[in-house]
Structures are given as structure tokens and as C-alpha cells.
Ligand binder design. Structure first.
Ligand SMILES: Cc1ncc(COP(=O)(O)O)c(C=O)c1O
Length: 485
């Protein structure tokens, strides 16, 4: 048994991170040298030709030729054929260290065999879905409750997005209030109400194309570093239908890309209590990854509702769940007769036996192997290594982590502050985003897949050897950055 209970060995120094990020933002971009970037693009042309053919064909039938927001588009998407433990193999047979980790669900590593076997057994017995109750629904709910006592009742749903919708609906039904407040820059899925203040705080409906204004009329955002603004919103809302809930990612917006002080969640809990709003923790990323009792265990803050996704189905499809206080959650009762004011949620494939069994056995395996703690240690080693490389190369880049959620900011595009310099943001968003794309492509050409060139999830499969291999690849890329003048 490890002495460490959580994947996060030490909460990062948030002031120090922002100081470094602000300095990065106000320096000119430091992209990869042009001749080196050309070599990286040649890698794609020469070594990834089958991916190119496939994704070119896909463009005829699939918008943009790729269906996943986390997939690389630059210079073209890579088609993956095999995934095992810490590695991915593309259709041309190239092997990569996988820090995308499908966006976070695979804490045990990819395609973890003990879970895979249980899933195969289940499929042989009853197929993936029957539409009727299966014991695994109960086993999963009991297991989650054992680890996270705040989850008195639990409903399995199809995705994190759906579960956020359910949480908001339950909060409104229970409180009779209407406004929902989120931290600016946070991601809570792509529902009509939540495509608001995405990526960068203060951007409101900037990305809400195709969404009528009425849909996000009651969604509000606050600048994550300004809890006074949050208080003002709560006060104003008192005369405008009240605040049903505040929803946060407990390690900070965009999976901690925008880190928050340790006592942040506690302060938000206090504000919720003062104003009679529910506190929703979106633990889609942090659930089981930060600790078996989630980020709520780590921070010692009890939310009213918790949203799950990703790891709740162990990396298998239909990964969503919603749990929390009995009196709130009972509003979500399913079945034909309920008699109470009900917050309607559903889904043909929600709570299917396959997802529930995969989630159940994954969580059991995480418990048995301490996978999340091992993943956290790998994240610490990776981040420490990246910091050393940045220092060695005298670069302005910034590396930090919350356990197995690691960040490598090379252009800090999402960290620009609209309050300070909206003009700079408008002028620089595109080139800064492109630099991230280039970094992502370069890392890939050197054998490492990241999330959008700036986030890296580690798993139990990331042994010291895997991290050393990855750091050697990062070093290759960082060796060829335009020098700081
Ligand atoms: C914090 C957070 N909430 C919600 C979601 C949406 O989950 P899903 O992609 O399963 O709809 C995500 C997805 O990345 C997420 O990171």
C-alpha cells in the first residue's frame, strides 16, 4: 500500500505558475525553427501515408475528415490501429507514447486486459444492452458510494455532457431557481447551456454558433480568479430567479489548465451555502483519477451533485454519470411511475451492462493496483523532467501538473486575459493556437501523442522507462526552438 492517498503529491504554487504564464504571454512566440518544422511535416508525408489516404477519403463522408475534437488535424489526422498500455500504433505501424489517453479515461493504461476480459465475458452472456436492469448497475453505484460517500444516489448516463445537463436540471427542479454559474474557461460538455465562456474566461457565447440566445440566457460565468465577482453575481441573481447551482471543475477550468488556489472550492462551497445554490463538481476528468473519492476527497469539500464521465466506464463507451444528495437525486427517478416533480433524463443506451461492468471492474482495478497514484507519480516525473528541459534550453515555456494531469504551455493561448488586453487576444489567438498545433505535430513526429500539444495525461502504464523515452522525445523538439532574443 502506498502512503500517498491521492494522485496529487503536492498542490502546485499557483502564483508562481501565473507569473510564469504571464511572462510567456507577453514574450514573442518561440516556435520551432522553420527548417526543423519542415522536417516534421515531412515525417507525416513520408511515414504516415496510410493515415493521410484514409483521412483524405474520410473528408468526403465525414465533416473535416475526423470526428473527435481531441484528434489532431494538423497537418492531417493520424489513424490509430492498436492501443496497449502506454502506447498507440498508427495504421502505418509507427509507435507513440500516448499522453492523450483518450482525453483521460484510461487511468489503468490503454486496453487493460483484466477489464477487457470481463467486458468480453459480459458481451458473450447478454450482449451490450437489453434495456432492462442489470446487476452491474447496482454494483457500480454501490462501489462509487463506498468510495465517495457524497454519492448517495447515482444514475449512469451516456456522456459527461448529458450528465451535466441532468445535474443542471436536477438543481433547478430541486431549488426552484434558474441561474447556473460556471467558472469562465471551464469545459462542461457541449450542451446548449454550457457552450458559454469556453476555453478563455469572459468570452461568453463566442462559440455558441447555432445556439439560440434563450438557451444560455440563464448561464453566467465568473473570472476564476475573482470570487468577489462571483459573489456579486449571486447577489444580483437573488432578484432574478435565484442561482440554482454553481458548477466547477474542481482542479480549475479546462482540467486545471487554469490552476486555482487550494482553498478555492471551499470558498465556493461557502458561497453556495450562503445563497442557497447547489454546488456541482464536474469530476468527469478528476473522478477516480485524482483519488478514488475524487477531487472532492482531495480538497475535503462535499458537493451536492457530482458529474462523472470518462473513467466511470473505464474508457469504454457510454461514459457518463450523475450522483449526489439523496433528496436532490431522487428527482431523477426513472421508470414509468414516479409521482414526484421529475427532472427528466434518459437514454436508450444509458446504464447499459457493458459500460457499468467496464466502470465497475476498472474502479476495482484502480483500487487494487493504486493505478491513480502510480499515474500521479508518472505525472510528477514527467513534469519535473519537462521543467528541467525548459530550464536547460532557456525557454519561456511553462510546465505544471495536478498529479496525472500535466500541462505544457508553449504559447499559453488559453491563458490570455480578456480583461487586460482584449486586442492582444484577438490579434494573437490564431498564431498562438497554430504554434500549439505545430508543437503537437512535432511531438508526434518524435513519438509522443499529447492532447492538443499542451496537455498530457499519464496512466499507470507510464513506467519510469516510458517517461524517460518521452522526455528524450520532448528534448528533441525543444532543442530546435527559435532562440529567445
Ligand atoms: C470537465 C469535463 N466535463 C464534461 C466533459 C464532457 O464529457 P463528454 O465528452 O463525455 O460529453 C468533459 C469532456 O472532456 C470534461 O473534460
Amino acid at each position: 500500500m502506498s502512503e500517498q492517498k491521492y494522485a496529487i503529491s503536492c498542490w502546485p504554487d499557483v502564483d508562481e505558475i501565473y507569473e510564469a504564464l504571464n511572462s510567456l504571454i507577453y514574450k514573442p512566440l518561440h516556435p520551432i525553427k522553420r527548417e526543423k518544422m519542415k522536417e516534421y511535416l515531412d515525417y507525416f508525408e513520408n511515414k504516415c501515408s496510410t493515415s493521410k489516404k484514409l483521412t483524405d477519403r474520410a473528408k468526403k463522408f465525414i465533416p473535416g475528415g475526423v470526428q473527435h475534437n481531441l484528434a489532431f488535424n494538423y497537418p492531417f489526422p493520424i489513424a490509430i490501429e492498436k492501443a496497449k498500455d502506454a502506447y498507440l500504433w498508427d495504421v502505418d505501424g509507427n509507435r507513440y507514447v500516448d499522453f492523450l489517453q483518450a482525453g483521460g479515461p484510461t487511468i489503468l493504461g490503454s486496453n487493460y486486459e483484466p477489464v477487457q476480459q470481463k467486458v468480453i465475458e459480459l458481451i458473450k452472456d447478454c450482449g451490450p444492452v437489453t434495456g432492462l436492469f442489470h446487476e452491474y448497475e447496482l454494483k457500480l453505484a454501490e462501489l462509487i458510494n463506498r468510495h465517495m460517500p457524497s454519492i448517495e444516489l447515482f444514475r449512469m448516463l451516456g456522456s459527461g455532457t448529458e450528465s451535466v445537463i441532468g445535474a443542471i436540471r436536477a438543481a433547478r427542479t430541486f431549488t426552484g431557481k434558474v441561474k447556473i454559474i460556471k467558472a469562465g474557461g471551464a469545459y462542461h460538455g457541449w450542451s446548449d447551456q454550457m457552450v458559454f465562456g469556453l476555453h478563455v474566461p469572459g468570452t461568453g457565447p463566442m462559440e455558441a454558433h447555432g445556439i439560440p440566445q434563450e438557451c444560455y440566457e440563464h448561464t453566467q460565468e465568473f473570472f476564476p480568479d475573482d470570487l468577489d465577482q462571483l459573489r456579486t453575481l449571486l447577489e444580483t441573481n437573488e432578484n432574478e430567479g435565484g442561482t440554482a447551482a454553481i458548477i466547477v471543475e474542481p482542479v480549475g477550468p479546462e482540467s486545471g489548465t487554469r490552476p486555482i488556489p487550494f482553498d478555492y472550492n471551499k470558498k465556493i462551497r461557502e458561497l453556495c451555502d450562503e445563497f442557497g445554490a447547489l454546488l456541482i463538481f464536474d469530476e468527469v476528468v478528476t473522478g477516480f483519477r485524482v483519488g478514488l473519492d475524487g477531487a472532492q476527497g482531495y480538497f475535503g469539500v462535499k458537493p451536492d451533485l457530482t458529474v462523472f464521465g470518462k473513467a466511470v466506464a473505464g474508457g469504454y463507451p457510454a461514459a457518463g454519470g450523475l450522483g449526489g444528495r439523496h433528496d436532490v437525486m431522487e428527482r431523477l427517478a426513472a421508470g414509468l411511475e414516479t409521482g414526484k416533480t421529475r427532472a427528466y433524463v434518459g437514454g436508450t443506451l444509458s446504464a447499459n451492462p457493458l459500460s457499468c461492468a467496464a466502470g465497475y471492474y476498472s474502479i476495482l482495478e484502480i483500487e487494487k493496483t493504486e493505478a491513480n497514484i502510480k499515474a500521479g507519480k508518472a505525472g510528477d516525473k514527467l513534469t519535473a523532467g519537462l521543467k528541467e528541459l525548459i530550464k536547460k534550453r532557456e525557454l519561456p515555456f511553462v510546465a505544471y501538473n495536478q498529479g496525472s494531469i500535466c500541462h505544457l504551455e508553449t504559447s499559453a493561448v488559453m491563458l490570455m486575459d480578456i480583461r487586460k488586453d482584449a486586442k492582444k487576444m484577438i490579434m494573437e489567438a490564431k498564431p498562438r493556437k497554430h504554434m500549439m498545433e505545430e508543437m503537437g505535430a512535432a511531438f508526434l513526429a518524435e513519438g509522443v501523442i499529447t492532447l492538443a500539444g499542451s496537455r498530457l495525461y499519464t496512466s499507470m502504464a507510464d513506467t519510469d522507462e516510458v517517461i524517460d523515452e518521452a522526455l528524450a522525445s520532448f528534448d528533441q523538439v525543444l532543442a530546435d526552438i527559435e532562440p529567445v532574443e
